[in-house]
Write a protein that binds this ligand. Structure first.
Ligand code: SAH
Length: 249
């Protein structure tokens, strides 16, 4: 048994002026915009998702959430110019943020509902959590690299995503105090699905998880929990950074 220290990060900044950072809690609110002069770039990117080959994104709620999420705010300054190309980008500490079409596809396949409580493993920049924020009731997200967890928590707070909670810790343990979850999204690749995550998924819940070793093509699986058992379906070949750590309860 190995214990891992995990801390809840304090909200580093409150919501600023309501107009500048309307909290993304409901799709019936006026959609927040990417701000600056970048909304046209973002809209053009999102328009391209419907033709996404094997991974088309057509869910209107998800497309609206993508249009409302300023990706450039989540990546390091030197990457901001390319934030609205459909590419993965480095976010420091050897980690990367997935290309936006994949974020959109995974979000769509998770079938987020307005009253869902969702767990994300691999906060990274906080971008995926921000995309989920307006689509669900609450997002819990865990990051194992402390400076990334801190930065993501700060950006999310600054932009008013007040239904997202960030924790620094090892996602292998899940977030037992907040379980059960309606949906779990894993954005780093374990060799096998961590048992704690299956336990913390509610009956009928959905999990999206890339599985497989680094430097190989991994399988993105959609898992559903039925009668305590997990049914899994492979939905896409992908490449994700590895899930590190490996703490077990
Ligand atoms: N979803 C992120 C991108 C994730 S990159 C975004 O939208 O920006 C994958 C992340 O998983 C990295 O930040 C990496 O540090 C983190 N990670 C790797 N192993 C982990 C673990 N055991 N627990 C929590 N996070 C982990």
């Amino acid at each position: 048994m190995r214990s891992v220290q995990s801390i809840l990060l304090p909200c580093l900044a409150g919501c600023l002026a309501a107009v500048a950072c309307s909290p993304a809690t409901s799709m019936s609110d006026p959609a927040p915009s990417a701000g600056d002069s970048r909304q046209a770039e973002l809209d053009a990117l999102v328009d391209s998702f419907a033709g996404g080959g094997g991974a088309p994104v057509t869910d209107e709620r998800v497309l609206a959430a993508m249009r409302a999420t300023p990706r450039h705010r989540f990546v390091p300054q030197e990457q901001q110019a390319g934030a609205y190309r459909d590419h993965a980008l480095p976010i420091g500490h050897g980690q990367t943020i997935s290309q936006p079409s994949l974020v959109a596809y995974m979000t769509q396949e998770l079938k987020p509902a307005a009253d869902d409580r969702v767990l994300e493993i691999g906060t990274g920049s906080g971008y995926q959590a921000a995309v989920l924020s307006p689509l669900v009731a609450k997002v819990f997200t865990i990051e194992i690299v402390e400076p990334l967890a801190q930065r993501a928590a700060a950006v999310l707070a600054e932009l008013g995503y007040d239904n997202v909670k960030v924790r620094f810790g090892d996602g292998h343990l899940g977030w037992p105090e907040a379980a059960p979850f309606d949906a779990i999204i894993v954005t780093c690749a374990p060799d096998a699905v961590p048992p704690a995550l299956v336990e913390q998924l509610r009956e009928g819940g959905r999990m999206i998880v890339p599985v497989g070793p680094q430097n190989t093509v991994q399988e993105l699986y959609l898992l559903e929990k039925r009668d305590g058992k997990v049914e899994r379906r492979s939905i896409l070949p992908v490449r994700f950074v590895p899930m590190t750590g490996g703490a077990v309860e």
